[in-house]
Design a protein around this ligand. Structure first.
Ligand code: ADP
Ligand code: MG
Length: 228
């Protein structure tokens, strides 16, 4: 357990460093973008160069905004949150994108109310990342199942299952490495950041996958539970 502890502390330092760098780089980037827009209106001889510069800048911004999600631990805002309500909100957020892609989302919430201590926005980000990956893995449609149940006496398990193209073992092994992506426009930061956030909440993420699809469980400590 000592080794594990050291390991997650290391991750934390790396995460803080990444968030710090992202923060520092964003200001000069915003300035450059502004001047670029000015130059574009003054000189239209180099349109395609401006287009390339601008789309590359957009990509840098996307990567920075993903990295900024890992706030410094002292900036985390922990509060008592109803897990099911939070999951319903996330489901609503992703539903349009799912429907457009012919994907049905089923929820199994088992009539429990789980209160967890968390930074609401960060945890939301975790579930959005997982559901977005599921949607992206089903270009021809399919099903997503979200199930919530108690795990042991003080944890809750949030279980996600999709019927997408899944991952072969050599890909599964690398998921969560910073910048590891198999997508043309992916950032390869979603799972890494999600793992970091869940660990900051005293939880863990486990992933299984084959050609039938992917299963992801998020385990989190419960503050309190009651039947409704
Ligand atoms: P990104 O989505 O930007 O590629 P992520 O960290 O979210 O970055 O995911 C990393 C990689 O893990 C993806 O590129 C994909 O290959 C794989 N992956 C993640 N979730 C799934 C899933 N539900 N089904 C299939 N592959 C997945
Ligand atoms: Mg992703």
């Amino acid at each position: 357990t000592h080794e594990l502890l050291v390991n997650s502390e290391k991750l934390n330092v790396a995460g803080q460093l990444a968030a710090g760098i992202a923060h520092e780089v964003r200001n000069p980037l915003t300035a450059i973008k502004g001047f670029l827009q000015l130059m574009e209106t003054e000189d239209d001889g180099n349109k395609s160069y401006f287009d390339i510069i601008q789309s590359e800048m957009d990509r840098i911004e996307l990567i920075l905004s993903e990295l900024l999600v890992i706030a410094k631990p002292h900036e985390l805002k922990f509060e008592a949150v109803d897990l099911i309500t939070l999951l319903e909100n996330v489901k609503t957020l992703i539903e349009t994108q799912a429907v457009i892609n012919g994907i049905q989302i089923e929820t199994i919430f088992n009539y429990h109310n789980f209160t967890i201590n968390c930074d609401k926005n960060q945890l939301k980000q975790v579930f959005i990342n997982i559901l977005k990956n599921a949607v992206e893995a089903m270009p021809k449609g399919g099903f997503i199942t979200m199930e919530v149940k108690q795990y042991g006496c003080n944890m809750v398990k949030i279980f996600f299952k999709d019927t997408g193209y899944g991952m072969p073992p050599e890909i599964l092994k690398r998921v969560g490495e910073p910048f590891f992506t198999t997508k043309e426009d992916g950032t390869g930061l979603g799972i890494m950041i999600s793992k970091q956030i869940v660990e900051n909440h005293g939880g863990t993420i486990n992933i299984w996958s084959d050609q039938q699809g992917t299963m992801i469980e998020v385990l989190l400590p419960i503050a309190s539970v009651r039947l409704h």
